[in-house]
Design a protein around this ligand. Structure first.
Ligand SMILES: C[S@@+](CC[C@H](N)C(=O)[O-])C[C@H]1O[C@@H](n2cnc3c(N)ncnc32)[C@H](O)[C@@H]1O
Length: 245
């Protein structure tokens, strides 16, 4: 906000902020007090060691979502698909960490895709990420019906409509809420992912901590192997489901 580095504050401790700077800071404190995420005040958020532009059109990247990137790096793959890319954080972190990979990233929100495109340019991976607007896999199907991916990643909306969320009204509803059950988009992803995976390909999908039983049961019907991964807090937060080789 002062347009300076933290170090400068220590190097010049006698500097008094101007009245306009104090007013601007107070305005930020008020917005934070009203529940606005810090990332919306600063316009940025760190994810997987990279800085991302964040606006009110995208979900603020969450630390638990880094699990998707960790696992993608461990599995590797040449063709990746990120469904519901938002700020682009997952697609871009994967493209940065997997330099051979080509990534397709979809989102229903054109406004989010514009943020994601800028983030990809900022991190020098725009040439390896193809951003497409539309519902789940529809943009991929429109491109090429034979497109198959080694890895499909998704952090989809998985909150039930009406459930209390701290950032409701501050982040886009479309990024948070899936429908009356909360599992509606997870189910659609589980149903459609197998036909978009290459043989031996893997779906990595973030889930709510109370949704593991549901998605695991459902995934067993259509995937060869299914694992639930826990986050650093020990909560079940990611499904890994692979197609037979
Ligand atoms: C929970 S946010 C995740 C954003 C980002 N991947 C992340 O992890 O920070 C879900 C994203 O999915 C998008 N989305 C919601 N419904 C969708 C649909 N039917 N098809 C494609 N994208 C959708 C939202 O616009 C939002 O950007």
């Amino acid at each position: 906000m002062l347009g300076t580095e933290r170090l400068q504050l220590y190097l010049d401790p006698a500097r008094k902020p101007a009245a306009a700077e104090v007013d601007a800071y107070r305005a930020l404190v008020r917005r934070r007090g009203a529940g606005e995420p810090v990332a919306h005040l600063t316009g940025k958020k760190e994810f997987y060691g990279l800085e991302f532009e964040v606006t009110t059109d995208v979900l603020v990247p969450r630390p638990e979502t880094e699990l998707l990137v960790d696992r993608a790096r461990a599995l590797g793959g040449a063709r990746l698909l990120d469904v519901g890319t938002g700020s682009g954080c997952v697609a871009i972190a994967c493209a940065v960490r997997l330099p051979e990979a080509r990534v397709t990233a979809t989102d229903v929100s054109q406004a989010a895709l514009e943020v994601a495109q800028r983030n990809a340019e900022r991190h020098g991976v725009a040439e390896r990420i193809d951003f497409r607007q539309g519902d789940l896999f529809a943009p991929v199907d429109a491109m090429d019906t034979s497109a198959r991916f080694d890895l499909i990643l998704s952090n989809p909306p998985y909150v039930a409509t009406g459930e209390t969320v701290e950032t409701a009204g501050k982040e886009p509803d479309v990024a948070l809420f899936a429908g009356p059950q909360g599992t509606e988009i997870l189910e659609r992803l589980l149903d459609a992912a197998p036909e978009h995976l290459a043989p031996g390909g893997t779906l990595l999908m973030e889930i709510g901590e109370d949704q593991a039983g549901f998605v695991e049961g459902r995934a067993r019907a259509s995937f060869g192997s299914v694992t639930i991964h826990t986050d650093l807090a020990g909560l079940p937060r990611m499904l890994e489901a692979s197609s037979p080789p």
